[in-house]
Write a protein that binds this ligand. Structure first.
Ligand SMILES: [Zn+2]
Length: 140
């Protein structure tokens, strides 16, 4: 019997106190075309644009992007920060810093020397959401 393939994991984290959320797709180390198709299909439901567009975007891994969902999608017109990252804690922390930059850009709250505390608190909170990789739910 063949070993069950490693699944894609998925988690939404509210970026409180802001209104934005992070959608994180955590992919296995052996990222294959089936994973890419599964994520692209999920993104169609979640954000509403076409499959080919997402499939194309998913060639690049370990990245953070913003997506504006259509009104008819599951995310109902919201802007989402999306992280596509390998199942590796060091890489996740790296991408979480990019998430903070995206949040700063969306919210207009600057990341600067004089505004360190919110960045440190947010990074601590996000790290806590991802530190136990086994607890991240499987994408359905
Ligand atoms: Zn980077």
């Amino acid at each position: 019997m063949t070993k069950e393939k490693e699944p894609v994991k998925f988690k939404t984290v509210k970026l409180l106190p802001t209104l934005w959320s992070l959608d994180a797709y955590v992919i296995p180390s052996k990222y294959n075309d089936q994973h890419r198709k599964d994520i692209a299909s999920d993104m169609v439901t979640r954000y509403g644009a076409n499959y080919e567009c997402y499939y194309e975007e998913l060639e690049k891994i370990n990245c953070v992007i913003n997506v504006s969902a259509t009104k008819k999608s599951k995310s109902k017109g919201e802007t989402r920060i999306i992280m596509l990252v390998e199942y590796d804690l060091k890489t996740i922390v790296h991408e979480l810093l990019h998430v903070l930059q995206h949040l700063s850009n969306l919210s207009g709250v600057e990341m600067s020397y004089d505004a360190q505390e919110w960045q440190a608190c947010m990074l601590e909170y996000l790290y806590g959401e991802f530190m136990d990789l086994k607890k991240i739910p499987v994408l359905k």
